[in-house]
Design a protein around this ligand. Sequence first.
Ligand code: NAD
Length: 254
Amino acid sequence: KGRLSGKRAVVTGAGSGIGRASAVLFALEGASVVAVDRVEDAVDETAAMIRANGGTVLSVAADVGDEESVKTFINLSVEKHGGLDVVYANAGISGGLVPLGEQSVEYWLEILRINLIGPFLAIKHASPIMAKQGFGSIVCTASVAGLRANAGGLPYSASKAGVISLVQTSANELYGTGVRVNAVCPGLIETGMTKPIFDNARARGTEGKIGQLNPLKRNGVPEEIANMALFLASDEASYVNGQAFAVDGGLSST
Ligand code: NAD
């Protein structure tokens, strides 16, 4: 039993933060999980956590921006777990806050490669497998930074706005296949990515102020994003398609 009982899922960025929390939750809810991260030790640790809970998991070290790697880890779910029902394309990088005049093309391309082309490749290679069976759910991690201008760095925000467009347009492109594509847009969540922001604030004694911008007056935790990803991945969201949902304490409504 479980909300993903019998489902075969791939989760990227599973070595840390939101991806780890989601891989653990998906497995607890009955999914067989292929956990992917470019940091091998980190994703192995996530796999160990899942196994300790009695879950089924394969751990893969791979780069989500590399097409051959994406094909390999998507196909691994079919080969080892017997199919593919869910992909959570979550891996991403922030790139930090670099002043506009110092932003190189290489800096832009690396952020776009991982944050936008990564989810595109997941959709490209997962959707034909899902279309064949007539159903499947692809979830991407965008960000409030893709919904409003002042929540992240320039190429980061642009990449996340791109992810929102990607889920809208690919849901249409996949017309009639039964494959759903949606995004979750997290607000500020303490993870490996945002650790420098929190460390900085702690050093200045302003930690309490970070979460004050949203109406709930606190930061979110990875599990609160994983809960939305779980819903979108599951059959409970069977009529939800082409949407981007903010999970941000209300930040994007302020
Ligand atoms: P995190 O740094 O804790 O985790 C991201 C994981 O992705 C890391 O383990 C990293 O190794 C992996 N990764 C990075 N590039 C990769 C690549 N090319 N191939 C494979 N794996 C790669 O950060 P997080 O906060 O959990 O981030 C998860 C997602 O959530 C990202 O897409 C991020 O942009 C998004 N997000 C985070 C926040 C936040 O406040 N933390 C807010 C909005 C959106």
